[in-house]
Design a protein around this ligand. Structure first.
Ligand SMILES: O=C(C[C@H]1NCCC[C@H]1O)Cn1cnc2c(c1=O)CCCC2
Ligand SMILES: [Mg+2]
Length: 513
């Protein structure tokens, strides 16, 4: 099919599915919740991998690979890590026609795979810090309705796992990783993020605290957890017996010195990144690719050729297209020419707009007479005749301009959906107007539960409802590091929006994925 036959604002989930399949980013698979990541999307993932790998290498993180299979014993080693998640774990129970003696789990995450070996390898404080990462896939047999890239039964990710001597080291590196996650989204994908700490209810149950970058999908008004970096504290090192002698404790009687459970972090970013990018930037012509991650940044298309032009004239134009591509490639710009002779220019324009290629350059006989090319930006459709002289610099600058304009536009749309609210009724209204909200909050779990309950549609009685408003209640997304100051929380004075106890923080709340 050529373009889309549904508008983003008309039926978002059908729009999303069509954009992904018709742009050839993804295809559906015959097992529910599983999808094929096609080259056009895979290039984005590889770009993210390369970028993030360089960042973590500045922290001396080493890449490695652990088996995907987890023994039942290892998996159940950490009770509360698993209890909430047990239904999501996929098990291998047979090989061929014979049953396995013991069922084997497929990793849903690798804490319980890795930490027995942390215990084996980390014997002395001199073995610290240990910083490992693996790029792999994990399986979680989710039962909520699957959503390509956002909620899939297998997904690609990286999971980092580190061990340190002190809490301070773990704190510092937990936050440093989060800055890298924020820059994957803001610098590469042109998507703004709010960074903060998860509530006690929403944090990773096994850990001390979870820091997070939270995105926003304006089309649905829902928040989305975009990546998390946890300070696990010492809970896993106690469970898996990862112990060193404390180098700072005075050796007491004999040469015994105090034992110290190491401080650990873990951090993850997945192919959910791709879904967020499509949802935020896509429009009714299809994908809009941020230039930094697009496999093709510039598509050159011959145009203006009619039956009046003989083969020689056509060849001149085709050669000019190829020459232009060569010049751009030599300048490090990912360019291609679409010289297919069985499609009209108009067909080609739609083809590449659907795929979100940032710049189209049209070249025809008239352009050549003026030694120029007509550029069309994918994000704004602005057209500009560009002199072929210095075209490399002009196009490079235009790509940068598009990258930055996309980020500015996405930030403006996110800010339009982000409300600072102090009254309960305004909170409900904002949620139903597809916004997420910063609200003064007492930061207690029971209040958080109340907020979710009271903001779910069932609870809203006869309030005028957008019939498509999701019935789900508002969850706490994070407690932003950057706290609103207008109005500021006055400790001991400002009231929690829900329970009238004293508010201690502004919480970011919203319906979410
Ligand atoms: O995966 C994490 C924590 C951590 N894992 C490593 C990367 C960072 C961070 O996500 C939390 N978690 C989520 N989901 C599941 C589990 C789980 O531990 C375990 C069982 C199946 C489902
Ligand atoms: Mg989950």
């Amino acid at each position: 099919k050529l373009g889309l036959d549904v508008a983003k604002e008309e039926d978002f989930s059908r729009w999303y599915q069509q954009v992904l399949t018709r742009s050839e980013m993804l295809d559906y698979y015959d097992i529910s919740g599983c999808y094929i990541i096609r080259p056009w999307a895979y290039h984005v993932w590889q770009t993210i991998q390369e970028y993030f790998d360089v960042k973590i290498k500045t922290m001396q993180v080493k890449n490695c690979y652990f088996p995907m299979f987890v023994s039942a014993r290892a998996l159940e080693q950490e009770k509360n890590h698993i209890e909430g998640f047990a239904p999501e774990v996929a098990w291998v129970t047979k090989a061929g026609s014979s049953d396995l003696d013991e069922p084997i789990a497929i990793r849903p995450t690798s804490e319980t795979v890795m930490y027995p070996y942390f215990s084996k390898w980390i014997r002395s404080h001199r073995d610290l810090p240990l910083r490992l990462n693996q790029w792999c896939s994990v399986v979680r047999w989710e039962f909520k309705n699957p959503q390509p890239f956002l909620r899939t039964r297998e997904f690609l990710w990286q999971e980092g796992h580190c061990a340190y001597l002190t809490k301070d080291d773990a704190d510092t590196e937990t936050r440093r990783i989060l800055t890298y996650y924020k820059s994957v989204y803001e610098h590469l994908l042109a998507v703004p993020m709010i960074d903060g700490v998860k509530s006690e209810k929403e944090k990773f149950a096994g850990g001390l605290y979870t820091t997070t970058v939270e995105g926003f999908i304006p089309a649905t008004g829902r928040g989305i957890q975009a990546a998390t970096s946890h300070n696990l504290g010492q809970s896993f090192s106690k469970m898996f017996n990862v112990v060193v002698e404390d180098p700072n404790s005075p050796a007491n009687a004999g040469n015994e010195s105090a034992k110290l459970n190491v401080w650990q972090t873990s951090w993850g970013l997945s192919t959910r990144t791709l879904g967020v990018m499509v949802m935020v930037h896509g429009d009714n012509k299809g994908l809009v690719m941020p230039p930094r991650v697009s496999e093709i940044q510039v598509i050159v298309i011959p145009t203006g050729l009619t039956v009046k032009h003989d083969n020689a004239a056509r060849q001149v134009v085709y050669d000019a297209c190829s020459d232009l591509v060569t010049r751009l490639l030599n300048a490090g710009i990912r360019a291609e020419a679409d010289l297919r002779d069985n499609y009209t220019p108009g067909f080609k324009y739609n083809h590449w707009e659907l795929r979100g290629v940032p710049i189209r350059l049209e070249i025809g006989p008239k352009d050549l007479e003026k030694n120029s090319t007509l550029s069309v930006r994918r994000d704004t459709f602005a057209k500009n005749a560009l002199p072929l002289e210095n075209i490399e610099t002009t196009v490079a600058d235009l790509l940068e301009q598009i990258q930055s304009d996309m980020f500015i536009k996405a930030t403006r749309e996110r800010d339009a959906g982000l409300k600072t609210i102090t009254k309960w009724d305004d909170f409900i209204t904002a949620l139903n107007n597809k916004c997420i909200c910063l609200i003064p909050w007492c930061n207690t779990t029971e209040c958080e539960d109340e907020i979710k309950e009271r903001s779910s549609r069932a609870e809203l009685g006869d309030e005028p409802q957008d019939e498509k408003a999701p019935s789900m209640g508002a969850k706490s997304l994070c407690i932003p590091f950057l706290q609103p100051t207008n109005p500021p929380i006055e400790q001991g004075v400002t009231k929690c929006i829900q329970c009238d106890k004293h508010a201690t923080v502004y919480g970011l709340f919203g319906r979410s994925y």
